[in-house]
Design a protein around this ligand. Structure first.
Ligand code: PEP
Ligand code: MN
Length: 347
C-alpha cells in the first residue's frame, strides 16, 4: 500500500502517518517529492487495512499496490531519483561515466587507467578488487591489496570509486572508504547480499542478472530499497541469448521500459554487453541515445596483457574518443529523451 500525502501536508502529519505504520508493526518508506510526499509500506504479508489511514490529517489518497513492486515505482516517486555521490550525480542532468579496468591488477596499471579516466572528465573509477570468475583457476582479483590501490586512486585523483562486493564482508570494507557498491550479474539474486547492501549508507549499482527478466531485476532492487537504502542505480549489461557474435545481448530496450515503471537511474555497460572492444563505442553511443543516465566502460592501458576481460577493454585513446562522442550525443538527445519520458509515463 502507498499513502500519498497532500502537497500541503505538514511535516508533523507525515510523521504521524509514519508512526502509525510503525505501531502496527510495518515499515514506512517516506519519499519526499517535488510536490508531495508519498509513503510506501513494506513488511505486510497480506493486504493492509487502508481505512485507518484514509482520514488522517494530510492524507490525500491511499493506493492499493497491485504491481509486484512497491518502492521502485513512479507511483511512489514520480520524479527521477538522482543519486548523489560526493559532488557527482547519477540520474541528474550530467551523464555519469564510470570507467576503469575490469580488475585491479597492479598499482601501475590502475594509476595509468585512472589518469585517463580523470582526463576524460569522468567522475567515477571502477575496478574489480574481488572478481567473480567462471573458472576457479582464473585470476580472482588482488583482494585487500587491490582495495588499497583503489583507495589510493580515490585520494590521488579525487575520483569516486566503484567496486564489486561478492560477499557481505566486502561491503564492510567498501563502507570504510568507498563510494559505490557494485552487485554483479552473478549475484543479482543473492538475497542476503542484497539485504546487506540495503542496510548500507552507500549507493548500490545493481547489474542485471544474465538471465533476469525486467521484473526479477526490479525486484532485486526492491530487496535493497526495502531495507531502507533508496540509492540504487540499475545497470543493463546484457543477457544471455543464442547469439554468437557478442558475449551477451545488450538489451537497450530495457532503458525506456524501466523509465516507464521506475524512478531509479539506469546506466548501460556496453563492455560486458558486447565482449568486444570494437563494439563498445557504437553500443555506448546507442545507450546514451536511448536515454541511459550513464555508462560503465572497461578501459585498460595494455588490453593485450589484461588478466580479465582484455578483449572488451578500450585503450585510453579509444576511451577518450568514446567520451567525446557520447557527450555530444547526450547533448543532442537529452531534450527528446526527457519529452519521451514524460509522455510515456503510465498513468
Ligand atoms: C564487471 O563489471 O567487471 C562484471 C563482472 O560485470 P557483470 O557482473 O556484469 O558480469
Ligand atoms: Mn569485466
Amino acid at each position: 500500500m502507498l499513502i500519498v500525502m497532500k502537497p500541503s501536508a505538514a511535516p508533523k502529519e507525515v510523521e504521524a502517518v509514519v508512526n502509525l505504520i510503525q505501531q502496527i508493526g510495518l515499515r514506512p518508506h517516506a519519499m519526499p517529492g517535488a510536490t508531495r510526499t508519498a509513503i510506501g509500506i513494506t513488511g505486510n504479508q497480506g493486504p493492509v487495512e487502508s481505512r485507518r489511514f484514509e482520514n488522517l490529517p494530510g492524507v490525500a489518497e491511499v493506493i492499493r499496490v497491485t504491481k509486484p513492486y512497491k518502492l521502485i515505482t513512479l507511483d511512489l516517486r514520480p520524479e527521477k531519483t538522482v543519486v548523489r555521490v560526493g559532488n557527482a550525480t547519477i540520474g541528474g542532468s550530467e551523464l555519469a561515466i564510470i570507467a576503469g579496468p575490469c580488475a585491479i591488477e597492479s598499482r601501475e596499471q590502475a594509476f595509468a587507467v585512472a589518469e585517463a579516466v580523470q582526463e576524460s572528465g569522468a567522475r567515477f573509477f571502477r575496478g574489480g578488487v574481488w572478481k567473480p570468475r567462471t573458472s576457479p583457476y582464473a585470476f580472482q582479483g588482488l583482494g585487500k591489496e587491490g582495495w588499497s590501490i583503489m583507495t589510493a586512486i580515490r585520494d590521488a585523483f579525487g575520483l569516486r570509486i566503484v567496486t564489486e562486493a561478492l560477499e557481505e564482508p566486502h561491503i564492510d570494507l567498501i563502507e570504510q572508504y568507498g563510494d559505490v557498491i557494485q552487485i554483479g550479474a552473478r549475484n543479482m539474486q543473492n538475497f542476503s547480499l542484497l539485504r546487506r547492501a540495503g542496510r548500507s549508507r552507500l549507493p548500490v549499482l545493481l547489474k542485471r542478472g544474465m538471465a533476469a527478466t525486467l521484473e526479477e531485476w526490479l525486484l532485486a532492487a526492491e530487496y535493497i530499497m526495502a531495507e531502507g537504502n533508496y540509492n540504487v542505480i540499475l545497470c543493463e549489461r546484457g543477457v544471455r541469448t543464442f547469439t554468437q557474435h557478442t558475449r551477451n545481448t545488450l538489451d537497450l530496450a530495457s532503458v525506456p521500459a524501466i523509465r516507464r515503471i521506475s524512478h531509479l537511474p539506469v546506466i548501460v555497460d556496453p563492455s560486458h554487453g558486447t565482449g568486444s572492444a570494437y563494439m563498445v563505442t557504437p553500443l555506448a553511443r546507442a545507450g546514451v541515445a536511448v536515454g541511459a543516465d550513464g555508462l560503465m566502460v572497461e578501459v585498460h592501458n595494455r588490453p593485450e596483457l589484461a588478466l580479465s576481460d582484455g578483449a572488451q577493454a578500450l585503450t585510453p585513446p579509444e576511451y577518450a574518443q568514446l567520451v567525446r562522442e557520447v557527450c555530444a550525443i547526450r547533448e543532442a538527445t537529452a531534450p527528446m529523451v526527457e519529452q519521451n519520458r514524460t509522455e510515456t509515463k503510465v498513468a
